[in-house]
Design a protein around this ligand. Sequence first.
Ligand code: PNS
Length: 157
Amino acid sequence: MKAIYPGSFDPITYGHIDIVKRASRVFDEIIVVVMMNPHKQYMFSLEERLEMVEKSLVVMGKITVDSHCGLLVDYVRKSSSRIVIRGLRAVSDFEMELQMAHANRRLLPDFESMFFMTDTKYSFISSSIVKEIICFGGDVSEWVPEFVIEAFRKKTR
Ligand code: PNS
């Protein structure tokens, strides 16, 4: 069975990687979709985010990486899977995820959301927190791969 894992991945963290590892024990194939919203400001371009996601995940096998600009349901509609994976770190994530799951199901009735819980050690990190810490020179090596740190360095040099 195949599943879709969408996200901004700006940048990918070990929290995202942990979700993919967990999901790959359940699904035969996971399509990781780097989403692009023209109204949103990203630190990394779509190409940079795609490259970091590919480097982090393709070595795991079973994973393909894609990108999409627009509504998630439009991507899902064209796909051969209706199952969308999302990660949950804490109860605070749940409310937004529930709203998205209901809205997506309203737009596409056979859209199915499945949630995986991150390892406790990643339960408080997000791409935004990583960006904040690294911008002020903090050490984020526990939360993102080395090549992500290198990409930050290139951006802020
Ligand atoms: O990594 P993120 O930023 O938490 O991912 C959120 C994302 C990109 C999956 C979500 O915002 C999304 O699906 N955006 C695409 C636009 C869309 O379909 N919006 C309606 C969802 S209710």
